[in-house]
Design a protein around this ligand. Structure first.
Ligand SMILES: [Zn+2]
Length: 492
Protein backbone atom coordinates (compact mmCIF):
# COMPACT_ATOMS: atom_id res chain seq x y z
CA UNK A 1 0.00 0.00 0.00
CA UNK A 2 1.40 3.40 -1.04
CA UNK A 3 0.39 6.53 0.89
CA UNK A 4 1.30 10.13 0.14
CA UNK A 5 2.26 12.14 3.24
CA UNK A 6 2.47 15.92 3.65
CA UNK A 7 2.03 18.64 6.24
CA UNK A 8 1.16 22.31 5.89
CA UNK A 9 0.15 23.84 9.16
CA UNK A 10 -0.49 27.40 10.19
CA UNK A 11 -2.94 29.16 12.48
CA UNK A 12 -3.40 32.62 11.06
CA UNK A 13 -4.36 35.60 13.20
CA UNK A 14 -5.50 38.02 10.52
CA UNK A 15 -5.19 40.92 12.99
CA UNK A 16 -1.43 40.38 13.29
CA UNK A 17 1.06 42.45 11.32
CA UNK A 18 3.73 39.72 11.54
CA UNK A 19 3.67 37.90 8.19
CA UNK A 20 4.16 34.13 8.27
CA UNK A 21 6.91 34.27 5.69
CA UNK A 22 9.62 31.88 4.59
CA UNK A 23 11.88 32.82 7.53
CA UNK A 24 9.09 32.00 10.00
CA UNK A 25 8.61 28.58 8.39
CA UNK A 26 12.35 27.91 8.24
CA UNK A 27 12.59 28.74 11.95
CA UNK A 28 9.99 26.07 12.70
CA UNK A 29 9.54 23.34 10.09
CA UNK A 30 10.30 23.24 6.41
CA UNK A 31 11.36 19.69 5.56
CA UNK A 32 11.31 17.69 2.36
CA UNK A 33 11.26 13.99 1.52
CA UNK A 34 12.93 11.54 3.89
CA UNK A 35 13.90 14.30 6.34
CA UNK A 36 10.22 14.41 7.33
CA UNK A 37 10.33 10.83 8.59
CA UNK A 38 13.57 11.47 10.46
CA UNK A 39 12.24 14.61 12.09
CA UNK A 40 8.78 13.41 13.16
CA UNK A 41 9.13 9.66 13.77
CA UNK A 42 8.23 8.81 17.40
CA UNK A 43 7.10 12.34 18.26
CA UNK A 44 3.80 13.38 19.83
CA UNK A 45 2.58 14.92 16.58
CA UNK A 46 0.09 13.96 13.86
CA UNK A 47 2.93 13.03 11.54
CA UNK A 48 4.42 10.93 14.34
CA UNK A 49 1.15 8.98 14.63
CA UNK A 50 0.74 8.61 10.86
CA UNK A 51 4.31 7.36 10.40
CA UNK A 52 3.88 4.86 13.24
CA UNK A 53 0.68 3.30 11.84
CA UNK A 54 2.10 3.14 8.32
CA UNK A 55 5.17 1.33 9.62
CA UNK A 56 3.15 -1.16 11.65
CA UNK A 57 0.94 -1.99 8.66
CA UNK A 58 3.80 -2.22 6.21
CA UNK A 59 2.55 0.71 4.12
CA UNK A 60 5.00 2.63 1.97
CA UNK A 61 5.01 6.36 2.68
CA UNK A 62 5.80 8.94 0.03
CA UNK A 63 6.85 11.92 2.16
CA UNK A 64 6.59 15.20 0.26
CA UNK A 65 6.81 18.40 2.28
CA UNK A 66 6.25 19.31 5.94
CA UNK A 67 5.83 23.02 6.60
CA UNK A 68 4.68 24.78 9.75
CA UNK A 69 5.31 28.10 11.45
CA UNK A 70 4.35 29.69 14.72
CA UNK A 71 0.91 31.30 14.48
CA UNK A 72 1.17 34.84 13.12
CA UNK A 73 -0.40 36.97 10.40
CA UNK A 74 -1.21 35.89 6.84
CA UNK A 75 0.89 33.15 5.28
CA UNK A 76 2.74 34.88 2.47
CA UNK A 77 1.64 33.93 -1.04
CA UNK A 78 5.24 32.93 -1.79
CA UNK A 79 5.39 30.29 0.97
CA UNK A 80 1.87 29.00 0.38
CA UNK A 81 2.31 28.53 -3.35
CA UNK A 82 5.80 27.05 -2.98
CA UNK A 83 4.50 24.38 -0.59
CA UNK A 84 1.35 23.74 -2.62
CA UNK A 85 3.32 23.41 -5.87
CA UNK A 86 5.78 21.07 -4.21
CA UNK A 87 2.92 18.83 -3.07
CA UNK A 88 1.38 18.80 -6.54
CA UNK A 89 4.70 18.04 -8.23
CA UNK A 90 5.39 15.20 -5.81
CA UNK A 91 1.85 13.85 -6.33
CA UNK A 92 2.40 13.88 -10.09
CA UNK A 93 5.72 12.06 -9.66
CA UNK A 94 4.35 9.47 -7.21
CA UNK A 95 2.74 7.15 -9.71
CA UNK A 96 -0.26 5.16 -8.51
CA UNK A 97 -1.25 6.01 -4.92
CA UNK A 98 -3.66 4.15 -2.66
CA UNK A 99 -4.33 7.09 -0.38
CA UNK A 100 -3.27 10.52 0.84
CA UNK A 101 -2.47 11.61 4.40
CA UNK A 102 -2.39 15.34 5.09
CA UNK A 103 -1.55 17.00 8.40
CA UNK A 104 -3.18 20.43 8.14
CA UNK A 105 -4.47 22.99 10.61
CA UNK A 106 -7.81 24.37 9.45
CA UNK A 107 -7.22 28.03 10.30
CA UNK A 108 -4.60 28.92 7.71
CA UNK A 109 -5.24 32.13 5.79
CA UNK A 110 -2.76 32.70 2.97
CA UNK A 111 -2.58 36.14 1.37
CA UNK A 112 -5.46 36.50 -1.07
CA UNK A 113 -7.30 33.35 0.11
CA UNK A 114 -9.79 32.93 2.97
CA UNK A 115 -9.64 29.17 3.25
CA UNK A 116 -6.12 27.83 2.84
CA UNK A 117 -6.93 24.23 3.68
CA UNK A 118 -10.03 24.20 1.47
CA UNK A 119 -7.89 25.38 -1.44
CA UNK A 120 -5.12 22.90 -0.71
CA UNK A 121 -7.35 19.85 -0.27
CA UNK A 122 -9.25 20.79 -3.45
CA UNK A 123 -5.98 20.92 -5.38
CA UNK A 124 -4.87 17.54 -4.02
CA UNK A 125 -8.29 16.09 -4.85
CA UNK A 126 -8.01 17.35 -8.40
CA UNK A 127 -4.55 15.82 -8.70
CA UNK A 128 -5.46 12.34 -7.40
CA UNK A 129 -8.98 12.14 -8.79
CA UNK A 130 -12.21 11.09 -7.07
CA UNK A 131 -11.23 7.47 -6.34
CA UNK A 132 -8.20 7.99 -4.06
CA UNK A 133 -9.22 8.62 -0.45
CA UNK A 134 -7.75 11.63 1.37
CA UNK A 135 -7.55 11.64 5.18
CA UNK A 136 -6.72 14.90 6.91
CA UNK A 137 -5.90 15.80 10.49
CA UNK A 138 -6.98 19.26 11.60
CA UNK A 139 -6.35 21.30 14.72
CA UNK A 140 -9.06 21.70 17.37
CA UNK A 141 -8.99 25.37 16.27
CA UNK A 142 -9.71 24.62 12.64
CA UNK A 143 -12.34 26.88 11.08
CA UNK A 144 -14.17 24.10 9.28
CA UNK A 145 -15.33 24.99 5.74
CA UNK A 146 -17.58 23.41 3.15
CA UNK A 147 -14.59 23.05 0.80
CA UNK A 148 -12.59 21.02 3.35
CA UNK A 149 -15.56 18.74 3.95
CA UNK A 150 -16.27 18.34 0.24
CA UNK A 151 -12.78 17.47 -0.98
CA UNK A 152 -11.48 15.34 1.90
CA UNK A 153 -12.72 11.79 2.46
CA UNK A 154 -12.11 11.95 6.21
CA UNK A 155 -11.31 14.82 8.58
CA UNK A 156 -9.94 14.14 12.05
CA UNK A 157 -9.85 17.13 14.42
CA UNK A 158 -7.91 17.03 17.67
CA UNK A 159 -10.27 16.30 20.54
CA UNK A 160 -8.26 18.01 23.26
CA UNK A 161 -7.18 21.53 24.25
CA UNK A 162 -4.37 21.55 25.42
CA UNK A 163 -3.68 19.44 22.33
CA UNK A 164 -2.32 16.23 23.83
CA UNK A 165 -3.86 13.82 21.30
CA UNK A 166 -2.09 14.84 18.10
CA UNK A 167 -0.24 11.54 17.69
CA UNK A 168 -3.45 9.65 18.46
CA UNK A 169 -5.36 11.61 15.79
CA UNK A 170 -2.60 11.08 13.24
CA UNK A 171 -2.68 7.35 13.97
CA UNK A 172 -6.47 7.31 13.73
CA UNK A 173 -6.45 9.14 10.40
CA UNK A 174 -3.96 6.65 8.96
CA UNK A 175 -5.84 3.61 10.29
CA UNK A 176 -9.25 4.79 9.02
CA UNK A 177 -7.73 5.69 5.66
CA UNK A 178 -6.51 2.09 5.37
CA UNK A 179 -10.01 0.86 6.26
CA UNK A 180 -11.44 2.97 3.44
CA UNK A 181 -8.79 1.74 0.97
CA UNK A 182 -9.56 -1.86 1.93
CA UNK A 183 -13.29 -1.27 1.43
CA UNK A 184 -14.11 -1.89 5.10
CA UNK A 185 -15.65 1.58 5.53
CA UNK A 186 -17.84 3.79 3.33
CA UNK A 187 -17.71 7.29 4.84
CA UNK A 188 -20.86 9.42 4.91
CA UNK A 189 -20.39 12.91 6.26
CA UNK A 190 -22.44 15.68 7.90
CA UNK A 191 -21.23 19.04 9.17
CA UNK A 192 -22.70 22.12 10.86
CA UNK A 193 -21.50 25.70 11.27
CA UNK A 194 -23.79 27.46 13.77
CA UNK A 195 -23.27 31.24 14.23
CA UNK A 196 -20.95 30.76 17.18
CA UNK A 197 -17.49 32.25 17.76
CA UNK A 198 -16.09 30.91 21.04
CA UNK A 199 -13.20 32.87 22.57
CA UNK A 200 -10.17 30.75 23.46
CA UNK A 201 -10.44 31.31 27.22
CA UNK A 202 -13.15 28.73 27.90
CA UNK A 203 -12.37 26.32 25.07
CA UNK A 204 -10.28 24.00 27.25
CA UNK A 205 -11.42 20.37 27.29
CA UNK A 206 -10.61 19.62 30.94
CA UNK A 207 -13.90 21.25 31.96
CA UNK A 208 -16.63 23.51 30.59
CA UNK A 209 -18.62 23.50 27.35
CA UNK A 210 -16.08 21.65 25.19
CA UNK A 211 -15.82 18.87 27.82
CA UNK A 212 -19.58 18.45 27.72
CA UNK A 213 -19.54 18.26 23.93
CA UNK A 214 -16.70 15.76 23.79
CA UNK A 215 -18.30 13.60 26.48
CA UNK A 216 -21.35 13.48 24.25
CA UNK A 217 -19.27 12.87 21.10
CA UNK A 218 -17.31 10.10 22.83
CA UNK A 219 -20.60 8.45 23.76
CA UNK A 220 -21.82 8.72 20.14
CA UNK A 221 -18.55 7.25 18.85
CA UNK A 222 -19.22 4.03 20.77
CA UNK A 223 -21.83 3.24 18.11
CA UNK A 224 -20.02 1.02 15.59
CA UNK A 225 -21.76 2.87 12.73
CA UNK A 226 -19.87 6.06 13.72
CA UNK A 227 -16.38 6.40 12.24
CA UNK A 228 -15.42 9.60 14.03
CA UNK A 229 -16.68 12.91 15.33
CA UNK A 230 -14.79 16.19 15.49
CA UNK A 231 -16.07 19.23 17.37
CA UNK A 232 -14.03 22.24 16.31
CA UNK A 233 -14.02 25.09 18.80
CA UNK A 234 -12.60 27.20 15.96
CA UNK A 235 -10.13 30.04 15.82
CA UNK A 236 -11.78 33.40 16.47
CA UNK A 237 -8.92 35.71 15.44
CA UNK A 238 -9.38 35.04 11.74
CA UNK A 239 -11.57 37.70 10.18
CA UNK A 240 -12.95 35.40 7.49
CA UNK A 241 -16.54 34.29 6.85
CA UNK A 242 -15.96 30.72 8.11
CA UNK A 243 -14.33 31.54 11.46
CA UNK A 244 -15.77 29.82 14.50
CA UNK A 245 -17.33 26.66 15.82
CA UNK A 246 -17.96 23.61 13.64
CA UNK A 247 -19.19 20.03 13.99
CA UNK A 248 -18.11 17.19 11.68
CA UNK A 249 -19.55 13.69 11.88
CA UNK A 250 -18.55 10.80 9.67
CA UNK A 251 -20.49 7.53 9.76
CA UNK A 252 -20.21 4.26 7.90
CA UNK A 253 -22.70 4.43 5.03
CA UNK A 254 -25.42 6.10 7.10
CA UNK A 255 -26.07 9.68 6.05
CA UNK A 256 -29.17 10.08 8.19
CA UNK A 257 -27.29 9.09 11.34
CA UNK A 258 -24.46 11.53 10.55
CA UNK A 259 -26.99 14.36 10.10
CA UNK A 260 -28.82 13.48 13.30
CA UNK A 261 -25.67 13.36 15.46
CA UNK A 262 -24.27 16.58 13.97
CA UNK A 263 -27.56 18.31 14.69
CA UNK A 264 -27.67 17.08 18.30
CA UNK A 265 -24.12 18.24 19.03
CA UNK A 266 -24.80 21.63 17.47
CA UNK A 267 -27.99 22.11 19.50
CA UNK A 268 -26.18 21.29 22.73
CA UNK A 269 -23.34 23.70 21.90
CA UNK A 270 -25.87 26.40 21.15
CA UNK A 271 -27.85 25.85 24.37
CA UNK A 272 -24.67 26.29 26.40
CA UNK A 273 -23.10 29.09 24.32
CA UNK A 274 -22.94 31.51 27.26
CA UNK A 275 -20.41 29.20 28.93
CA UNK A 276 -17.89 30.25 26.28
CA UNK A 277 -17.89 33.84 27.61
CA UNK A 278 -14.67 34.39 29.50
CA UNK A 279 -13.39 36.92 32.02
CA UNK A 280 -9.89 37.28 33.47
CA UNK A 281 -8.31 39.48 36.17
CA UNK A 282 -6.92 42.94 35.32
CA UNK A 283 -3.10 43.08 35.43
CA UNK A 284 -2.71 44.99 38.72
CA UNK A 285 -5.17 42.80 40.59
CA UNK A 286 -3.61 39.63 39.20
CA UNK A 287 -0.05 40.57 40.19
CA UNK A 288 -1.15 41.70 43.67
CA UNK A 289 -3.05 38.45 44.16
CA UNK A 290 -0.05 36.35 43.11
CA UNK A 291 2.37 38.19 45.41
CA UNK A 292 0.00 38.03 48.38
CA UNK A 293 -0.68 34.31 48.03
CA UNK A 294 0.85 31.61 50.20
CA UNK A 295 3.06 29.06 48.48
CA UNK A 296 4.60 28.85 45.03
CA UNK A 297 4.67 28.93 42.11
CA UNK A 298 1.79 31.21 41.27
CA UNK A 299 1.25 30.96 37.53
CA UNK A 300 0.13 34.16 35.80
CA UNK A 301 -1.26 33.25 32.40
CA UNK A 302 -0.71 36.08 29.93
CA UNK A 303 -3.59 34.72 27.85
CA UNK A 304 -3.79 37.58 25.38
CA UNK A 305 -0.13 37.48 24.38
CA UNK A 306 0.01 33.89 23.23
CA UNK A 307 2.14 33.45 20.12
CA UNK A 308 0.24 30.17 19.73
CA UNK A 309 -2.80 32.33 18.95
CA UNK A 310 -0.86 34.68 16.71
CA UNK A 311 -0.17 37.37 19.32
CA UNK A 312 3.18 39.15 19.25
CA UNK A 313 4.74 37.41 22.24
CA UNK A 314 6.42 40.63 23.29
CA UNK A 315 3.69 42.07 25.56
CA UNK A 316 5.02 44.09 28.46
CA UNK A 317 2.10 44.90 30.74
CA UNK A 318 2.54 42.13 33.33
CA UNK A 319 6.33 42.63 33.42
CA UNK A 320 5.77 46.38 33.81
CA UNK A 321 3.58 45.78 36.85
CA UNK A 322 6.04 43.28 38.38
CA UNK A 323 8.82 45.88 38.04
CA UNK A 324 6.59 48.67 39.35
CA UNK A 325 5.76 46.83 42.57
CA UNK A 326 9.31 45.49 43.01
CA UNK A 327 8.36 41.80 42.76
CA UNK A 328 11.08 39.25 43.58
CA UNK A 329 11.48 35.61 42.64
CA UNK A 330 9.65 36.00 39.36
CA UNK A 331 10.21 34.71 35.85
CA UNK A 332 8.66 35.94 32.62
CA UNK A 333 8.52 33.16 30.01
CA UNK A 334 9.12 33.83 27.24
CA UNK A 335 9.35 37.26 25.65
CA UNK A 336 10.07 37.43 21.91
CA UNK A 337 12.59 40.19 21.30
CA UNK A 338 15.53 39.33 19.01
CA UNK A 339 16.87 42.90 19.27
CA UNK A 340 17.02 42.72 23.07
CA UNK A 341 18.70 39.32 22.81
CA UNK A 342 21.37 40.84 20.56
CA UNK A 343 21.99 43.61 23.10
CA UNK A 344 22.52 40.97 25.78
CA UNK A 345 24.87 39.00 23.53
CA UNK A 346 26.87 42.17 22.86
CA UNK A 347 27.56 42.86 26.55
CA UNK A 348 27.92 39.19 27.55
CA UNK A 349 27.06 37.09 30.57
CA UNK A 350 27.48 38.86 33.90
CA UNK A 351 27.29 42.37 32.46
CA UNK A 352 24.71 44.94 33.50
CA UNK A 353 22.72 46.52 30.74
CA UNK A 354 19.85 48.97 30.31
CA UNK A 355 17.62 48.25 27.36
CA UNK A 356 14.08 48.38 26.07
CA UNK A 357 12.31 45.05 26.04
CA UNK A 358 9.11 44.09 24.25
CA UNK A 359 6.29 46.17 22.82
CA UNK A 360 8.06 46.46 19.50
CA UNK A 361 5.85 44.45 17.16
CA UNK A 362 2.75 46.63 17.27
CA UNK A 363 0.85 48.88 19.66
CA UNK A 364 -1.53 46.13 20.79
CA UNK A 365 0.64 44.47 23.46
CA UNK A 366 1.83 47.39 25.62
CA UNK A 367 4.69 49.84 25.01
CA UNK A 368 8.39 48.87 25.18
CA UNK A 369 9.66 48.75 28.77
CA UNK A 370 13.03 50.15 29.78
CA UNK A 371 14.74 47.85 32.29
CA UNK A 372 18.19 47.53 33.82
CA UNK A 373 19.43 44.07 34.63
CA UNK A 374 22.24 41.56 34.56
CA UNK A 375 22.66 39.08 31.72
CA UNK A 376 22.37 35.82 33.60
CA UNK A 377 22.70 33.27 30.79
CA UNK A 378 22.98 33.05 27.03
CA UNK A 379 22.11 29.92 25.04
CA UNK A 380 21.36 28.66 21.56
CA UNK A 381 17.70 28.10 22.46
CA UNK A 382 17.65 24.39 21.71
CA UNK A 383 15.57 22.21 23.98
CA UNK A 384 13.41 19.11 23.74
CA UNK A 385 9.71 19.17 24.63
CA UNK A 386 9.18 17.01 27.71
CA UNK A 387 5.57 17.78 28.66
CA UNK A 388 2.36 16.11 27.47
CA UNK A 389 2.35 18.22 24.28
CA UNK A 390 4.77 17.39 21.46
CA UNK A 391 6.84 15.26 23.79
CA UNK A 392 10.16 14.36 22.22
CA UNK A 393 10.00 17.05 19.53
CA UNK A 394 13.08 19.29 19.40
CA UNK A 395 12.30 22.96 20.09
CA UNK A 396 14.22 25.98 18.85
CA UNK A 397 13.92 29.39 20.46
CA UNK A 398 16.93 30.85 18.67
CA UNK A 399 19.55 32.69 20.66
CA UNK A 400 18.09 33.05 24.13
CA UNK A 401 19.10 35.41 26.93
CA UNK A 402 17.98 35.59 30.54
CA UNK A 403 18.00 39.14 31.83
CA UNK A 404 17.78 39.36 35.62
CA UNK A 405 16.01 42.56 36.63
CA UNK A 406 16.31 42.59 40.44
CA UNK A 407 15.20 38.96 40.64
CA UNK A 408 12.62 39.22 37.87
CA UNK A 409 14.12 36.87 35.30
CA UNK A 410 13.05 37.77 31.78
CA UNK A 411 13.62 34.97 29.25
CA UNK A 412 14.23 36.71 25.93
CA UNK A 413 13.91 34.52 22.84
CA UNK A 414 14.68 35.04 19.14
CA UNK A 415 12.14 32.62 17.60
CA UNK A 416 8.46 32.88 18.48
CA UNK A 417 7.10 29.92 20.42
CA UNK A 418 4.34 29.55 22.97
CA UNK A 419 5.34 28.88 26.57
CA UNK A 420 3.54 25.60 27.14
CA UNK A 421 6.42 23.42 28.33
CA UNK A 422 8.29 24.06 31.63
CA UNK A 423 11.38 22.88 29.79
CA UNK A 424 11.41 26.31 28.13
CA UNK A 425 12.25 27.66 31.60
CA UNK A 426 14.38 24.80 32.90
CA UNK A 427 16.74 24.69 29.95
CA UNK A 428 18.11 28.13 30.87
CA UNK A 429 18.82 26.98 34.42
CA UNK A 430 15.67 28.23 36.16
CA UNK A 431 13.49 25.87 38.20
CA UNK A 432 9.91 27.10 37.76
CA UNK A 433 8.77 25.41 40.97
CA UNK A 434 11.27 27.45 42.98
CA UNK A 435 9.87 30.79 41.77
CA UNK A 436 7.12 32.75 43.48
CA UNK A 437 5.63 34.06 40.23
CA UNK A 438 5.84 32.43 36.81
CA UNK A 439 4.39 34.40 33.91
CA UNK A 440 3.59 32.20 30.91
CA UNK A 441 2.54 33.59 27.56
CA UNK A 442 -0.13 31.03 26.77
CA UNK A 443 -3.92 30.84 26.79
CA UNK A 444 -4.70 27.18 27.57
CA UNK A 445 -1.84 24.95 26.38
CA UNK A 446 0.37 25.71 29.41
CA UNK A 447 -2.17 23.94 31.61
CA UNK A 448 -1.16 20.47 30.42
CA UNK A 449 2.31 20.73 31.97
CA UNK A 450 2.05 23.67 34.39
CA UNK A 451 -1.19 22.78 36.19
CA UNK A 452 0.38 19.79 37.99
CA UNK A 453 3.23 21.92 39.35
CA UNK A 454 1.33 25.17 40.02
CA UNK A 455 0.26 26.29 43.46
CA UNK A 456 -2.44 28.28 41.72
CA UNK A 457 -3.21 29.65 38.27
CA UNK A 458 -4.37 33.20 37.70
CA UNK A 459 -5.73 34.13 34.27
CA UNK A 460 -4.72 37.69 33.41
CA UNK A 461 -6.57 40.14 31.18
CA UNK A 462 -3.60 41.98 29.64
CA UNK A 463 -3.83 43.51 26.16
CA UNK A 464 -2.99 41.40 23.13
CA UNK A 465 -4.09 39.73 19.92
CA UNK A 466 -5.17 36.50 21.60
CA UNK A 467 -7.48 38.17 24.10
CA UNK A 468 -10.65 36.34 24.97
CA UNK A 469 -12.49 39.65 24.92
CA UNK A 470 -13.58 39.47 21.29
CA UNK A 471 -15.28 42.89 21.35
CA UNK A 472 -11.74 44.38 21.21
CA UNK A 473 -11.22 43.13 17.64
CA UNK A 474 -12.27 45.11 14.54
CA UNK A 475 -14.08 42.30 12.70
CA UNK A 476 -15.20 43.23 9.20
CA UNK A 477 -15.55 40.06 7.14
CA UNK A 478 -16.84 37.42 9.54
CA UNK A 479 -20.41 36.27 8.91
CA UNK A 480 -22.93 38.21 11.04
CA UNK A 481 -24.84 37.92 13.21
CA UNK A 482 -22.61 35.66 15.27
CA UNK A 483 -22.55 35.00 19.03
CA UNK A 484 -21.06 36.57 21.15
CA UNK A 485 -20.25 39.59 18.93
CA UNK A 486 -24.02 39.84 18.45
CA UNK A 487 -25.44 38.69 21.76
CA UNK A 488 -28.99 38.41 20.45
CA UNK A 489 -28.08 35.97 17.66
CA UNK A 490 -30.72 33.30 17.26
CA UNK A 491 -30.22 29.72 16.12
CA UNK A 492 -31.05 29.52 12.42
ZN1 LIG B 1 -4.94 24.72 18.30
Amino acid sequence: MKLFLAMMSHETNTFSNVPADRAQFEARNLHYGGAILENFRDTGTCLGGMIDVARRHGATLVPSVAASASPAGHVTADVYHTVKERMLQDLAASGRLDGVLLDLHGAMVPEGLDDGEGDLIAAVREAVGPAVPIAVTLDFHGNLSAAMVKHATLLHGYKTYPHVDMAERGAEAAARLMDVIAGRLRPTVAFRKPPLLPALGNQGTARGPMRRLYDLADEMERDPRVISISVFAGFPFADIPDAGFGVYVVTDDDQALAEQLAETLTRVAWEHRHEFLHTALPVREAVAKALAAEGRPMILADMADNTGGGAAGDGTEILRELVRVGARSAVVACLWDPAAVLSCVKVGVGARVTLEVGGKVDDRHGAPLSVTGTVRTLSDGRFVHKGPMMRGLPGRLGTTAVLDVDDIKVILISYRWQTFDPEMIRFVGIDPTAEKVVVVKSTIHYRAAFEPLAKEIIEVDAPGLSSSNLTRFPFERIRRPIFPLDLGTTYP
